[in-house]
Design a protein. Structure first.
Length: 178
């Protein structure tokens, strides 16, 4: 291959790696086993510090997820991608929001950290082979908003505007299981 073809291949690999990371974040937020499964290899290992295990154990932990966590949102920042043929080491900044029912009502919490992923391309497909989460900060923002009042003093025109981990309007928008 010439230098331009090598550069294009590397650009496509980086784009497919980022697509895999975004797909996993959405799958975790929606607790969607199909989407999560398309992002990790079946022999992968995941280590979040509070959980470490095989792909099957991880999937059982995330789907359906803790009943106490009613909503999540993972916002991904930049990814540093170190390509090495059909493998890559990737560090991705993440801010994860969690609405948690701690027994005295729902609270809004937020974690900042970084995913360290070892990724592999098998048969032309990039997925995560190993993931570790590094935690940089945590914040408990306090009691969660009561969505029945809308936002900023303005009521919602319908019940589908507030998000949930499972069963919210995004499932209708994309079609369940997508």
């Amino acid at each position: 291959m010439d230098a331009t073809a090598d550069d294009l291949r590397a650009m496509l690999d980086r784009d497919r790696i980022r697509d895999c990371l975004v797909r996993l974040a959405r799958g975790e937020d929606r607790r969607d086993a199909v989407t999560i499964s398309a992002s990790l290899w079946p022999d992968s290992i995941t280590d979040y510090g509070v959980f470490k295990g095989s792909f099957d154990a991880y999937l059982a932990w995330v789907v359906p997820g803790a009943d106490a966590i009613t909503n999540t949102q993972h916002v991904l920042g930049q990814s540093f991608i170190d390509l090495d043929g059909d493998s890559a080491k990737v560090e991705t900044q993440v801010i994860s929001y969690h609405r948690v029912d701690m027994g005295e009502g729902e609270r809004d919490t937020c974690i900042g950290g970084r995913y360290l992923d070892r990724m592999e391309k098998r048969d032309g497909v990039w997925r995560i082979a190993e993931r570790m989460m590094l935690y940089d900060w945590f914040q408990d923002w306090g009691a969660a908003i009561d969505w029945s009042h809308g936002v900023m003093g303005m009521g919602f025109s319908g019940p589908h505007f507030s998000g949930r981990s499972v069963g919210d309007h995004s499932e209708t928008f994309f079609g369940k299981g997508r």
